[in-house]
Design a protein around this ligand. Sequence first.
Ligand code: SF4
Length: 356
Amino acid sequence: MQALRKTLLQWYRANRRQLPWRETADPYRIWVSEVMLQQTQVATVIPYYHRFVAAFPDVHHLACAQEQAVLKLWEGLGYYARARNLHRAAGEVQRLYGGGIPESLAEFRKLPGVGDYIAAAVLSIAFQRPHAVLDGNVKRVLARLQVLDLPVDQPAAHRRFQALAQEMLDTRLPGEFNQAVMELGALVCTPRQPDCGRCPLAAACSAFKTGRVAEYPKRRQPRSVPEHHIAVGVVRRDGRLLITRRKSEGLLGGLWEFPGGKVKMGEGAADACVREIAEEVNLQVQVQAFLTRVKHAYTHFRIRMDVFTCRWVAGEVRLNGPVDYRWVRPTEIDAYPFPRANTKFIPFLLAALAGE
Ligand code: SF4
């Protein structure tokens, strides 16, 4: 095991990518990067990271920010609960610890949004605490090294993987070692077509030595992902457009959107649009035109979203579901944070309105 650790660390030092959060020892910046990197690719995160730490360079600035400003900088990155929790956690770090991130696992773990992965990553990288990280990359490397038949996507197997990761950890250099395993998973021991010929751990890898790399990691049977048909209306009144804000909790919480909802079985999308707007914001509208169809995938479902422009006919806004609303000029839309499914069609919308 000691030889494996040494080999992996040597490989990491020679092959690691230069990433902005690897050029800092600031626990806050490492924390921000790890939150962003959960569920999101490195290349996507880099520009978001730069913009975020430029706007909020430390815990104090983030703690004092408006949630809407935080969400705006997160727009397009997805999994918005991460941003809301990071913002709330910064407030608690400011209030409880004077802006200094706690080094104790028990204290850091109590903060909103800080789970096992974030706690282990930040405390090991920033403070050299001996906690092994466990993410998809680490599980895959472990499963192949040890030909583990445990499904990596089974919650019950998580504890076993965590124990194995902890056994493998180099506790003298936990931050560097954690990053080395994850980097190996990202660059060499990739999900498809791992580059075993270039792998520093090939001599110790049971899957490679027995010719069974393609069999690992094991997974449960993939579940089918449902698709929802959604109708959305851009309601126009006196040159302004209606946008509504979702409640703070839950999927896409706190973000703005155009009103709409699920199309019922046997219902036309335009009819669903009119019905949903009446139910959600109490307005009578008439569909003017079909604007576009947007497809978007979330973790557990996909949507097929038909977008219509609508004319206000009667009624005043009374909210049933959303927590806020605005009538905005098209030029003001950019100031609000929207989910990705909306930002996919907003450029079409603005172009269509400009061409009238
Ligand atoms: Fe992964 Fe291949 Fe290296 Fe084994 S030898 S750890 S399967 S890249």
